[in-house]
Design a protein around this ligand. Sequence first.
Ligand SMILES: Nc1ncnc2c1ncn2[C@@H]1O[C@H](COP(=O)(O)OP(=O)(O)OP(=O)(O)O)[C@@H](O)[C@H]1O
Length: 255
Amino acid sequence: MAAHFLEVNKLSKRFGGLHAVRDVSFTVGRQEIVGLIGPNGAGKTTLVRLILGIIKANSGQVLFKGKNLTGKKTWNIVGEGIAGTFQNARPFGHLPIIANVMVPCLGPRASRRGEWVKTVEARAMDALEFVGIADLAKEPASLLSQGDLKRLEVARAIACEPELLILDEPFGGLNPTETSLMAKSIRRLHKGGRFGRLHSEGPAMIIIEHKLSELMKIVDRVIVLNFGQTLAMGTPEEIVRNPKVIEAYIGKEVI
Ligand SMILES: Nc1ncnc2c1ncn2[C@@H]1O[C@H](COP(=O)(O)OP(=O)(O)OP(=O)(O)O)[C@@H](O)[C@H]1O
């Protein structure tokens, strides 16, 4: 049987006595966009930090294209083709915006393709153009608004040309216009293709989001976490009708 694109197998993480993620298993297909939802503190961010190797699991495995990534360093995981954005963007504030996008491009994944700094700068510029902030490229990142910071985060992640992109609350802090622009960029990116010198692999995606009505429009499948465990998995239609999900979470959110 062919290996799954991403396979998360009985992953668990404890912080002292708190079981933040408990025996979570799921797969993501190469062409899929999967939503990861659940109440505050359900373990969503912890789960993606485990996949990205930012924190170490107590038990369980992460397999990517059949390769065991468990225990590997984030740098190596990015090198395998996985990139992520974070809920609270923390750019190098004193560096120009474009330099912030160039940093992830200098990893092994880019150098393997024989790329050098000038090409990296050109690609970083294309990533900024893709998210719509190229005109700000030479400004320090500390000047960016919340909405533009989210866009910088996406530019940094896509500059690595990932095959799996993990987005942690891409719509967080955005107004409705910015949210629908971001949703449009995500869809365009998922389709793949050339954007200037940047090539989008049309990455599979895992998206953590509380803005459910926007999220449900772009995902193929949804995983619901509650108290660190999987509460439900299914299509957006199945999830919004699932009584367990409504009781634990959706009842409190605006759909
Ligand atoms: N480094 C840490 N040390 C101790 N506890 C932690 C740590 N990181 C997360 N936690 C705890 O683990 C639980 C899961 O947190 P996590 O941030 O993964 O939830 P979440 O589903 O992403 O929530 P939100 O929707 O609010 O972002 C919470 O109770 C949180 O307080």
